[in-house]
Write a new protein. Structure first.
Length: 373
């Protein structure tokens, strides 16, 4: 009987271990010229360990990455302003090989300075780049071989905000298609607006929506945002005033229902928010604080969409520009730009709270993390 029980335990342990999956993680960085810029890791979703596969791709300032829905291609910005006389940055298309290695397909200009974000339509056929210094959005078609077309449209934002050193002009910081691919939302830090566009099949790919703008608080600086799974809520993280704004759709119109701080009440230092993600089950929202150097954890009320802060957890590093949740939903990984490392946290599945695993991987200026799911 004793041997039988031991055998069952061994089988149970073996079965648990067999469930472990290894996922490819791509890390975008700031570089000093054209050099190794995109790093490739293997991530174990049972123990949280990252392993450098040592097959980096050469790129210049690939500060944001996105992966095609078919998982065959990766696209990276080149956050530069000097690629031609029009003060342009660049975009690169890569083929994802079977071992995770990246092979360059082609490179195009964004025709806007310092592109800092890139995303794809759900069908993988359209791409938008957000040009921070240019204050504009650039649009491209994805060709059948995964390559980028030349730019097919550019939209210039106009205006300014009340923060003198950050809002003297538009600063497009991120843009994302909704789940249907029929709408595009764009956060502009420089003018405190979340813009909404219709995606068409006409001569112009993108046109203003019936509700073209959601005005954010003056001086808030909207940066990144995430959608709830049902499409009823948008969560916008505001860089300049360290808040998250909850938007709810009433009929055909978006309205603000809450704005909540990402910092402890007793914090008095300088801080600027960066990234935001909703857990796959929709129960929790996470946001990054640069300065306080923490991840803010919120409980989300599904019906109202409102947030309650649970905790802020040190990122065990400096300047968490970007973070991501792994495909299993059990871990949160943070790219700490100034301390040159990636830290790994375990997510409590009941409470949503974070515990540092002790895993810290050195990586020069990591600023974007993208899993190949």
């Amino acid at each position: 009987m004793k041997k039988f029980i031991i055998s069952l335990l061994c089988l149970a342990i073996w079965g648990f271990q067999a469930e472990a999956k290894k996922h490819i993680l791509y890390v975008g960085t700031y570089t000093k010229g054209m050099t190794d810029g995109i790093f490739v890791y293997s991530f174990n979703d049972q123990n949280g360990r990252l392993t450098n596969l040592k097959i980096p791709a050469v790129s210049n300032n690939p500060s944001f990455l996105t992966i095609a829905p078919n998982k065959k291609f990766l696209y990276a910005v080149g956050e530069l302003d000097n690629l031609d006389t029009n003060q342009s940055g660049g975009l690169s298309a890569f083929k994802i090989e079977s071992d995770g290695k990246l092979t360059l397909i082609n490179h195009v200009l964004t025709h806007g300075a310092n592109p800092c974000h890139v995303s794809l339509s759900p069908d993988g056929k359209k791409l938008v780049a957000s040009n921070y210094s240019g204050g504009n959005l650039s649009f491209f078609n994805i060709l059948p071989d995964g390559s980028l077309s030349d730019m097919v449209q550019r939209i210039q934002h106009e205006g300014s905000g009340p923060v003198p050193d950050r809002q003297t002009s538009p600063h497009a910081h991120s843009a994302r298609f909704n789940s249907t691919g029929k709408l595009l939302y764009a956060a502009d830090l420089g003018i405190d607006e979340l813009k909404i566009y219709d995606v068409t099949s006409g001569e112009k790919m993108i046109v203003p929506h019936a509700q073209p703008v959601i005005k954010m608080a003056p001086g808030s600086g909207p940066r990144h945002f995430d959608f709830s799974a049902d499409g009823r809520f948008i969560y916008v993280i505001n860089e300049l005033n360290s808040t998250i704004t909850v938007l709810m759709k009433y009929g055909a119109e978006w309205k603000q229902v809450q704005t909540i701080k990402t910092l402890p009440k007793d914090f008095t230092g300088e801080n600027s928010c960066a990234d935001i993600h909703i857990s796959a089950d929709g129960r929790f929202v996470y946001g990054s604080n640069r300065g306080h150097n923490s991840i803010a954890v919120f409980r989300r009320e599904p019906a109202s969409g409102k947030l309650d802060m649970l905790e802020t957890v040190s990122v065990e590093g400096n300047w968490p520009r970007n973070f991501t949740l792994d495909p299993s939903g059990r871990f949160l990984l943070v790219a700490n730009q100034k301390s040159n490392d990636i830290t790994v946290f375990k997510i409590d599945q009941q409470s949503g709270k974070l515990t540092y695993t002790g895993f810290k991987v050195p990586n020069e200026s990591p600023v974007c993390l993208q899993f190949l799911k």
